[in-house]
Design a protein around this ligand. Structure first.
Ligand code: CP
Ligand code: NVA
Length: 316
């Protein structure tokens, strides 16, 4: 059952990881995203953030996150500022603390994409406005909100689905485990030896799952993970910041490609998901990502709709 808006008060909160929100809050955001998507398609104005400004700090590259947040703020009647690390004094050593305090005096929220997760934690600790994690080395919560919205659109329900994630135990694996655990989706992760998700985050996801009945499982066997899955997810083998390991990782991950053979272990017509950008012929074959089971473009578009719901809830 999806939550009703009466139980949800997200104004002023941070989103550093999906552990910050309850399952009800996540489901509320998905419901709001469905409404906002319909308004957008029907060209109905929805200026819930008139006069509000979002600062967007980027220390890594982005297509989807940058464009969806910027366009989302515009569609909500607000404004977004793109601040690359080279444009602001943080890139020249101004402290996170000072940056947090200064920006808190100018804007209504900050979205940040950076490396170490403790940078967003420090930003949150020293700001008086909501901080949204737009990807760190450890988490990518906004992507998982879009993934959950896509699952909900496809199936009409969240709890009771099974998602299999194949590949690197990275920010996506971590956020998928937490997000799935919150809403009752079983999540099986298959990663090569040495590339498993962080044990403390697996433990946290299992604790969260104890309340929703979701099963969180980590294995080195991709076929076991994919068995009977409703959705199969993968991500690049070398994330941003790990490019120097590309060749070593290509060898380590060779048996973890999502292809027709691996998809045959999932449920018939299981959906294929990928946060993008993708490397066809590496983590996924072109026939899968460009084939009938792929949901990746719907998933990417959903970044816009669910982040608009998030922005409206946190900043309005
Ligand atoms: N999925 C995602 O976050 O894409 P970008 O790196 O293009 O923002
Ligand atoms: N794991 C990838 C996700 C990109 C959206 C990275 O961190 O580069």
């Amino acid at each position: 059952m999806m939550a009703t808006s009466s139980v949800v008060h997200l104004k002023g909160k941070h989103l550093l990881t999906l552990a910050d929100f309850t399952g009800e809050e996540i489901e509320y955001l998905l419901k709001e995203a469905v409404k906002l998507k319909a308004k957008q398609k029907n060209k109905e104005p929805h200026p819930y953030l008139k006069g509000k400004t979002l600062a967007m700090i980027f220390e890594k590259a982005s297509t989807r996150t940058r464009v969806s947040f910027e366009v989302g703020m515009h569609q909500l009647g607000g404004h977004a500022l793109f601040l690359s690390k080279n444009d602001i004094q943080m890139g020249r050593g101004e402290t996170i603390q000072d940056t947090a305090k200064i920006l808190s005096g100018y804007v209504d929220g900050i979205m940040i994409r950076t490396f170490a997760h403790d940078i967003v934690e420090q930003l949150a600790a020293h700001s008086s406005i909501p901080i949204i994690n737009g990807l760190t080395d450890d988490f990518h919560p906004c992507q998982v909100l879009a993934d959950l919205l896509t699952i909900y659109e496809e199936k009409g329900y969240l709890a009771g689905n099974k998602l299999a994630y194949i590949g690197d135990g990275n920010n996506m694996a971590h956020s998928l485990m937490i997000g799935c655990a919150k809403v009752g989706i079983d999540c099986s992760i298959a990663a090569p030896i040495g590339y498993e998700p962080q044990a403390s985050i697996v433990e946290k996801a299992k604790q969260i799952a104890a309340d929703t009945g979701a099963v969180i499982h980590v294995t080195n066997d991709p076929k076991a993970a994919v068995h009977h899955a409703d959705f199969v997810y993968t991500d690049v083998w070398a994330s941003m910041g790990w490019e120097a390991e590309q060749q070593t990782r290509e060898k380590a991950f060779a048996a973890y490609q999502v292809n027709q053979a691996l998809m045959s272990y999932a449920k018939p017509n299981a959906g294929f998901l990928h946060c993008l950008p993708a490397h066809r012929g590496e983590e996924v074959t072109a026939d899968i990502i460009d084939g009938p089971q792929s949901l990746v473009f719907q998933e990417a578009e959903n970044r816009l709709h669910v982040q608009k719901a998030l922005l409206a809830a946190l900043l309005a």
